[in-house]
Design a protein around this ligand. Structure first.
Ligand code: ZN
Length: 116
């Protein structure tokens, strides 16, 4: 009986391990297609150069962001850096607009079903 219990625990542990591995590997896979929406903002220190202050709270696509330090950066040692994150807002907007489309189609289907 004890052996059976141990076997179940071992299987559960392996399953959990595999599930966890699968789960943890998922973000890396998902990050590449969403790179199109990869966005950056410029994180600047309190004494940031005036050149970079223009871009305060501006969100760039990673490929469109200005190079740091900026060409006209006046700081002796530029401490500006990129803040990276996936632009989820853009993705959500796309999804919701698509979801609305689907909803419309579903309603149409329902009407047809009632007719027939
Ligand atoms: Zn700077």
């Amino acid at each position: 009986m004890e052996l059976l219990f141990l076997l179940i625990v071992a299987i559960a542990a392996i399953a959990t391990f595999l599930w966890y591995r699968k789960k943890s590997s998922a973000p890396t896979e998902a990050s590449s297609p969403s790179n199109r929406f990869h966005a950056v903002t410029i994180h600047m220190p309190a004494n940031a150069c005036p050149a970079v202050r223009m871009f305060e709270s501006t969100k760039f696509l990673a490929k469109e962001a200005p190079r740091l330090p900026l060409e006209n950066c006046t700081a002796p040692r530029c401490q500006c850096r990129y803040e990276h994150y996936d632009d989820r807002r853009t993705e959500e907007r796309r999804e919701s607009s698509e979801a609305m489309k689907y909803e419309g189609q579903q309603r149409r289907e329902r009407k047809d079903r009632r007719k027939g």
